[in-house]
Every structure is written in structure tokens, then in C-alpha cells.
Design a protein around this ligand. Structure first.
Ligand SMILES: [Zn+2]
Length: 290
């Protein structure tokens, strides 16, 4: 299939109490693992590309990175019969515009650090642009921290305020809202609980589908509960990287004379496909594309 607008799938998931998985990719093999999993599980899926993935793929040049990934995502989606979307995660204003022009079907603008009113005005402008060409628009109120291995203060997380969330969603027209409920980007084990009372309060204010970032660090019990309460897109990155890299490391550790990249990259690809499949079953998206 061609790349799909994921919003109808997220809305259906929202109504039926499951979630669409958004899976991060930084390499060709990771993109392939996601669409192969979507095909086998007959699940809608989102190939998710971060700002830093663009830099990596473009060898330091983000514009080149978006062009590479846009072409790659189209071919990957067309290689399977399951519905696949391609999402730019935590984009800057100019990256969001470029992604829309180059055929991404979903974008997130990260207005982290901007004054609230300015965040609203930029998000609204990008949202109007996205909607004019059938692209799904996500934005964030509050902030899921990105500590990148550094120390951070959990008690200082800028959690999503339900009133601000409502004001922001109404003023911008966004399709989905990323919420900060205590999760953290990049955690390597499932040690965090979600503030489900806050999620409940946000839910009371608004009905648009919500997005969980940083799911790799959140207990599965809380993810399950959160999905049933309206977290209808769940982002997964670190868990995938762990599976991919773990498999590569195992192959290389077993054979110090191995030099053929196909041998270890295919092991990584298979391992990532298996964890994506496991997450699809866990989120309840398996079989939904039948
Ligand atoms: Zn994120």
C-alpha cells in the first residue's frame, strides 16, 4: 500500500480501546523490521523518525536525511499489504514543513521551551498546512523529558495540565496530543508508573486521542490501563534498539572473524521485527488491518 494517513486508524483504536504502535527507526533494517511485522501481524503501524535519526541518515545533514527517509518509507510501505504511516517525531518547525512536502503522512511539532501562546500559533499554522494535504498532526503539552543518559529530577517533570491541554487542542486543531504523565524518553527498563489520575482528568476535558511517549520505561500494566483510558498511539524506541543491538552484539560476539554486515544486520532486523510484533499484540493492534 502507499503510505497511509494514520488518523482513521488512531480514531478507531480510540473508540475500541486499543492503540496503534509508533515504532522508531534509524536504519534501513529497522524500517524493514517494522513493515514486516505489520504484514505478519496484519496490524496498522507507524514508522517513526526522530530528529536525530534524520541527522544520522543524512550523515549530519537533516534535509538530506528527510529526503532519504521519505523515499525509503514510501518503498517500505508499498512492500506490504498492511496500512503503514510515516511519522516525524519531535520535529522543528522547518522539519515539519519539509516532512509534509516530502510525503510523510503524520508529523509532530515539538514546541518545547516556547512560550505557550507562541507554541499555539506555530502549531496552528503547521496544523492547517498538514490538514490541507491530509497529514495527521500531533503536538505536546507538558514535556516528556529527554535526559539522554544524564541525571534528571523526576519530581521536576513538566506534567500535562488538563486545562492547558484543552485550551491548546481547541486553539490549534491538532489531531492527537502527546501528554506527560511521568514517562521519560530513553529508559532502558520498565521502572516508571503513569499518573493515571491525571490521564483521567485530561480525558474528562477532551476527547481527542492521546499519545504516550517514552513507553519503554513504563510498566506494561500501566500502559495497558492507559491504552484503555485513551492513549491511542504508543511510541516505542528504546525497546526496539535494545532488541536490535542485542542481536547484533550476540552474532559478533560469537564469531570474531565475521565481517559481512548482512550477517549481523539481518539478525538485528529479525530481532526488531519480533519485538515490534510482540508490542502490536500487546497494544491490541494485531489483526485489526484484516
Ligand atoms: Zn517522544
Amino acid at each position: 500500500m502507499t503510505l497511509q494517513n494514520v488518523l482513521p486508524w488512531i480514531q478507531r483504536a480510540h473508540q475500541e480501546g486499543w492503540a496503534v504502535g509508533a515504532f522508531n527507526a534509524n536504519t534501513l533494517e529497522q524500517v524493514q523490521a517494522i513493515v514486516m511485522a505489520a504484514q505478519v501481524e496484519q496490524a496498522p503501524a507507524i514508522i517513526q523518525i526522530s530528529h536525530r535519526a534524520l541527522t544520522h541518515v543524512g550523515s549530519g545533514n537533516e534535509v538530506q536525511g528527510i529526503k532519504y527517509i521519505a523515499a525509503l518509507g514510501k518503498i517500505a510501505a508499498e512492500s506490504v499489504a498492511a496500512p503503514v504511516a510515516m511519522h516525524l517525531d519531535h520535529g522543528t518547525e522547518s522539519e515539519v514543513v519539509q516532512a509534509i512536502v516530502l510525503g510523510f503522512t503524520s508529523v509532530m511539532f515539538d514546541g518545547d521551551g516556547l512560550p505557550f501562546e507562541e507554541n499555539i500559533s506555530i502549531t496552528k499554522r503547521l496544523c492547517d498546512m498538514a490538514h490541507s494535504v491530509g497529514v495527521c498532526m500531533e503536538a505536546e503539552v507538558g514535556e516528556v523529558p529527554k535526559p539522554d543518559g544524564k541525571e534528571f529530577d523526576e519530581s521536576a517533570i513538566d506534567m500535562t495540565d488538563p486545562d492547558e491541554a484543552l485550551q491548546f487542542a481547541q486553539a490549534t486543531g491538532i489531531d492527537t496530543l502527546a501528554v506527560a504523565l511521568g514517562s521519560v524518553h530513553g529508559l532502558k527498563s520498565k521502572t516508571v508508573s503513569l499518573d493515571l489520575e491525571r490521564l483521567q482528568a485530561i480525558r474528562k476535558q477532551m476527547s481527542i486521542p492521546l499519545v504516550l511517549h517514552g513507553s519503554s520505561g513504563v510498566s506494561d500494566a500501566d500502559i495497558k490501563q492507559g491504552v484503555s483510558m485513551g492513549l491511542s498511539k504508543v511510541n516505542v524506541a528504546t525497546q526496539l534498539a535494545q532488541a536490535f543491538t542485542g542481536a547484533v552484539r550476540e552474532v559478533l560476539n560469537k564469531d570474531a572473524s565475521l565481517v559481512d554486515p548482512r550477517k549481523y544486520m539481518s539478525a538485528g532486523r529479525n530481532a526488531q521485527m519480533e519485538i515490534v510484533r510482540e508490542r502490536m499484540r500487546f497494544f491490541g493492534s494485531s489483526g485489526k488491518a484484516k
